[in-house]
Design a protein. Structure first.
Length: 477
């Protein structure tokens, strides 16, 4: 049978003239198809080969349409012997006084695990900071011999004094900027490296630059010079500034991860590393348009106005992932462009869009996408309300999203998982103290994860097979 996706030629998408997103339709109970633990059901097939797939689902003019970018199953193609891209990873680690004891011990074990999973084609750097910033080692090829020296420096880390987060971040970004995509490709005649920075802290920035705008600017400037650098942030415990780390991750094209307990750090790092090991595309832009214009797409990704339409910018995509964008169109066109990590080239595709009859699974996919987006938007809005002291408004947003989900719940495991997360977030906005301790972290963490369709160390996640394998390996250490 033919593929439902377009990778290089037009297909059909379509949609309504109304700018209002239709409520979820009540559907009869269904038994969900089997999934891996914590993974939302994907009723649509992944494309074959190494290119991304693009699909549009809309049953009729006037109803919400679902535009999906879908990654292939795996970054390794056994027939072409295509292997994953090399990784250039910089770890920026808080070693201030509060990180002493079990926290720093867990950090050391987690870095040791990362070292064990990288090979000679990968490079690792370590920057640690308290009041002073120290480059423990620059980007170094992870040969077995070099790993011994790096491991010794990791073992020597000791807790110090205050938290110069900005200084550590700046030093880490500088190490990544030393090697541009083109420079490494030309000098080493290798495939493009996936370049990333992991920033971990358990507290508040209280030395160097300390405000969110100042620290975010460091990342934004680095990304403007080279958008291939991805910054992921990890907030350890309940005393860090989730708003700042979330903003830094957003500017860095990465994810904010809330590490609630010491023992969760290994899984969080392993999952993030598994993501880097399975990147298939970066710098993805999706443009949708129709004559006379259209309503703004409903998504948590950055959206920019274009002639008669909009552009959605997505930093990257891991193998097996999908990105679902809700749109309102009658007849239109979707175009996407991305950089293929596997083939080291820019790829473009165009898809004609109009309504058509949907199968039960396709209709369910649209309903699930609406429920997911509604859940994410409710969590993020609740976070804003609670931060401003409007606790009742925060609870109302979450309760409204729960009612929306109930309209399609039936026997659907996917919706039940969204409901579990909404209820967990509700528990954290009962009082201001609850919100300050847990809610500010969980609402940003879960809302961002559901909004971007990416796992952030949660059990209810969007993990791929590489990430699950990496987490299993970390648990076995």
């Amino acid at each position: 049978s033919s593929s439902p996706y377009s990778t290089s030629h037009p297909q059909v998408m379509g949609q309504s003239s109304s700018s209002v997103f239709r409520p979820l339709a009540r559907r009869r109970s269904r038994t969900p198809s089997p999934t891996s633990p914590g993974q939302l059901t994907n009723p649509l097939p992944a494309p074959t080969g190494t290119k991304l797939g693009l699909q549009y689902l809309c049953k009729s003019a006037g109803s919400t349409g679902l535009l999906s970018i879908v990654a292939p199953q795996t970054p390794v193609d056994s027939e072409s012997n295509a292997q994953r891209a090399p990784i250039d990873l910089t770890l920026v680690i808080d070693r201030s006084g509060s990180m002493g004891g079990s926290k720093l011990a867990m950090v050391k074990r987690s870095i040791t695990f990362i070292l064990s999973q990288l090979n000679a084609g990968d490079r690792l750097a370590l920057v640690s900071y308290d009041t002073n910033v120290r480059t423990d080692f620059e980007l170094t090829a992870c040969t077995e011999q070099e790993k011994l020296g790096m491991g010794a420096k990791v073992a020597a880390l000791q807790a110090g004094s205050t938290t110069n987060l900005s200084g550590g971040l700046q030093a880490g970004l500088k190490l990544q900027k030393k090697t541009s995509r083109n420079t490494r490709l030309q000098k080493e005649k290798t495939r493009d490296a996936v370049r990333s920075l992991f920033l971990l802290t358990d507290g508040l920035a209280n030395a160097g630059l300390t405000t969110t705008p100042e620290i975010v600017k460091l990342v934004a400037d680095a990304r403007q010079a080279d958008s291939s650098i991805m910054v992921h942030t990890f907030g350890f415990g309940d005393d860090h500034n989730a708003e700042m780390l979330g903003a830094v991750a957003e500017a860095g094209g990465g994810e904010y991860v809330y590490v609630e307990k010491d023992e969760n750090l290994g899984d969080s790092f392993a999952e993030a590393l598994g993501g880097l090991a399975s990147v298939v595309a970066q710098s993805i832009s999706l443009t949708v348009s129709q004559p006379g214009g259209m309503a703004r797409p409903r998504t948590q990704f950055p959206v920019v106005a274009e002639v008669n339409g909009w552009r959605v910018d997505i930093s990257d995509l891991y193998a097996e992932e999908r990105r679902d964008i809700l749109v309102e169109m009658t007849e239109g066109v979707a175009k996407f462009r991305y950089y293929s990590i596997l083939s080291s080239e820019w790829v473009e595709s165009t898809l004609a869009c109009s309504p058509r009859d949907l199968t039960d699974d396709e209709a369910t996919a649209v309903d699930l996408a609406v429920a997911r987006e509604t859940t994410a938007a409710a969590m993020l809005q609740a976070n804003e309300d609670a931060a401003s002291g409007r606790m009742a408004d925060a609870r109302q947003h979450l309760q409204d999203a729960l009612k929306q989900a109930e309209a399609v719940a039936g026997d659907c495991e996917d919706i039940r998982r969204l409901q579990l997360d909404l209820n967990e977030c509700l528990e954290t906005v009962q009082t201001s103290a609850d919100y300050k301790s847990k809610g500010s972290k969980k609402l940003a963490w879960m809302g961002g994860g559901h909004g971007k369709q990416r796992s952030r160390g949660t059990e209810c996640a969007y993990t791929n097979s590489v990430q699950r394998s990496m987490k299993s390996a970390a648990s076995a250490m």
